[in-house]
Design a protein around this ligand. Sequence first.
Ligand code: ADP
Length: 481
Amino acid sequence: MSIRTRLTLWYTGLLAIALLVFGALLYSLLSSVLVSVLDDRLANQARNVITVIQAENDPVSVMLSGHARLPPIDVFASQYYVQIVNIDGQPVQQSDNLQGRALPLSQEMISTVRSGRSGNYTLDLGQGVRLRVYYTPIIFAQHPIGAVQIGQSLSNMEEALAVIRSTMLLGSITALLLAAVGGVILARAALRPIQYISATARQITMAEDLGRRIPISVPNDELGQLTNTINDMLARLETLFQTQQRLVADVSHELRTPLTTIRGNLDLLRRGAVDDPIMRAEALSAIEDETGRMSRLVNDLLLLAQADAGLKLHFEPVELDTLVLEVYRQAQVMAQGNLAVRLGAEDQALVLGDADRLRQLLLNLVDNAIKYTPNGGQITLTLKKESGWVEVAVHDTGIGIAEQDLPHIFERFYRADPSRGRPGGSGLGLSIAHWIAEAHGGRLEASSVPGQGSTFRLGLPLADTDAAPVIMDEDPEFAIA
Ligand code: ADP
């Protein structure tokens, strides 16, 4: 069942229930009010009759004789039926319009009269004719000696109620029909934009055109928000799709070069180089280099894929100063004496992190610094604490990074002019470093002056438990050349 039909059925149903409850309440209230108005009128008329009886009789003689003289009662009977009964309930006088038929008075009612109280009842005369009857005692010297009964047909009131009933029924049916028709129209109008949105989304899926967006007519209503969400989702899908395509292209490209080298060297070996010890050694070493490069690339890719899938790091307190010292020593080995590696200011700092990943990050930065700094240059490592943060900087005096490359160097496979520096990189090192920094709630930033050098700054939040005193080295520089 469509939403439109369901909506229409729901609110038509609810309206029907509301009308029914309201109509029933109103009708019963109205009929009870009409009956009580009628009862008041009957009581009034009964009082009139009693007043006349009392005026025409001397109470003492009535008490003595036990009889009262009754007035002609037809004058009271223009629209009423009047009957006077004695204290046993026997009719003693009736208005002519009763045509000899008695207004009944049950034993219970006679007792009511004897106790000096009034009452009323509805008399069904058959064939849909009903009378409302009021009875009240005739009292002389505080003794009830009989009763006056006044009746009136309910037909006028019932006719009025019947008209009201049918008007209400007709009105309710009309209201329900209008609600159903209006509901269908409203639901259709309200749901039309959704149909449009889903049709456009379907077209986008069929055309596989993730660049298209659904136009938004009213940006702030619920449908505008839905469209916005779908458009955001499309944008994200588009980016992911493009990234994936680029990744596949980049990976194939990256793998092609080492594979070509390996195949070339294998060819060389097959064509006789295997017998020449020098050529053989060169070919095998080239194959070894390229396979090493390929496995590095595959490992990096694997790590990034795991990072994308939400790889959890193992956090523990890490003494960052000790880690920086380790990296500094390793950097000295990696620099092979071609560059000066220095350790600048080094504060003590405790962070919560994954020591292996942080080491990998710093080694990546140091590796790049060494790769992109010509022999004789200098690399400096510093560690400084500042208001809840610690910053590790790797500064080099290398070739630097051009301004237009700087915003992209953390992107996967991005390499600023691959012909520069020493080969061997895949363009993934900084992406991995950036991910590690972010996974620690930190940041990694680069600044550079082309031709003069670059600085990479890693900022990490200090561990809360870090109570270690800050020791500032005034001139803590170590250097090797
Ligand atoms: P690669 O494996 O190519 O070094 P990275 O992701 O580590 O890949 O670095 C991306 C690019 O950023 C490098 O290709 C290089 O152009 C630039 N780059 C990174 N570090 C430095 C640096 N210290 N000096 C100059 N350029 C750098």
